[in-house]
Design a protein around this ligand. Sequence first.
Ligand code: THU
Length: 132
Amino acid sequence: MISGGQRDELIQAACAARAEAYAPYSQYRVGAAILVDDGRIFTGVNVENASYSLTICAERTAVFKAISEGYRNILALVVCTENAGSPCGACRQVLVEFAGDIPVWLVDAGGNGRQTTLHTLLPDHFGPEHLT
Ligand code: THU
């Protein structure tokens, strides 16, 4: 269960991180923040490339930062964009590897938006449990 304070901190972190997005081609800047099991927050931004398909989304940047520092359990996610856009399918799939039906907040630059959950975004998903 995420406290209101943790949610607000995550929203702030995602929207602050968004300033560092590298999006010269789409101009669509995205900031993400995830909460891991010891209370730490990892942020990420989208990083585009002149070879367009090499672009990485903000959500996956945040997840890979956390995983590369030893974390395996993601408890919550905030995505901050200009219009409270929703995570792409690739990011949803990467998230289910390390998270259950976590709360996901989709917010605009002012921190306003809506809450959903990861399993609402990716129902009937394929996950690690299918390979055991
Ligand atoms: N983008 C993200 O960072 N996250 C998403 O879930 C959707 C799309 C980025 C990728 C690209 O840099 C820009 O938004 C436009 O697609």
